[in-house]
Design a protein around this ligand. Sequence first.
Ligand SMILES: NC(=O)c1ccc[n+]([C@@H]2O[C@H](COP(=O)([O-])OP(=O)(O)OC[C@H]3O[C@@H](n4cnc5c(N)ncnc54)[C@H](OP(=O)(O)O)[C@@H]3O)[C@@H](O)[C@H]2O)c1
Length: 247
Amino acid sequence: MNILVTGASSGFGKSICQRLVAEGHYVVGFARRAEKLEVLKEQLGELFTPIVCDVADFASIDKAFSEVPEGSIDVLVNNAGLALGLEGMQNLAVSDWTTMINTNINGLVYFTQKVLPTMIAQNSGLIINMGSIAGTYPYPGGNIYGATKAFVKQFSLNLRTDLLGTQVRVTNIEPGLCGDTEFSNVRFKGNDDKAAKVYENVKYIMPEDIASTVSFLVSQPTHVNYNRIEMMPVSQASAPLAVHRQK
Ligand SMILES: NC(=O)c1ccc[n+]([C@@H]2O[C@H](COP(=O)([O-])OP(=O)(O)OC[C@H]3O[C@@H](n4cnc5c(N)ncnc54)[C@H](OP(=O)(O)O)[C@@H]3O)[C@@H](O)[C@H]2O)c1
């Protein structure tokens, strides 16, 4: 299959590319950091094509698409995304929330729109969006990030409705706490000690677990659509609703 993966330079995206290439698929990986993509290219060889792309910039996506090798597009994994900060909304920098919205929502929607004409014309395809449990369960400081992932969840369902009558499938993967990625280092802007604390003394989900879920979805019969897959480590559960009591 011909598979496009955004956010291929680290974490889930990198692991997804490694897994899919190992299974013999032809994978195009997109990210901003060319040097990281090049390392992956050296490792994966012929079956992997790296393309530098900033998904928060429509012109960059247009350019990246012009570099995608001709042919069918069987799967798109809309994985690029990030959380910035953990402040209350009143203190969240405007540049942080606009970056999250531009990346997690606008980039994902634009990338999706780019593959739809091809998938609809070939009457086949699978779009896998990387949501989050943050799109369902709120947590303090998750304000905009959680809202972007709630968008991804609803967009995935709405897209399914738009595509009814075609054989194009859409799945939203909603992971919980996953380590061995740069997610928290990005969130805490390079404060690696703070990032490491998130994963202290807990057995978290690994990027390989997400890659294995993607591999499962890719291998499903084409008449089956998984709408949502919510994944958590066993050591995580949703907390009860909080109540603030007066003193
Ligand atoms: N880790 C978790 O606990 C967790 C849980 C639920 C959901 N998720 C979601 O899973 C996805 C992957 O996260 P991860 O944990 O693997 O984090 P990660 O290691 O930080 O990877 C994020 C990837 O997204 C890319 N990216 C970020 N902004 C981009 C942009 N403007 N243009 C192109 N690529 C961009 C990064 O590449 P460059 O920096 O090279 O561009 C990187 O390859 C995200 O959507 C995240 O929200 C993560």
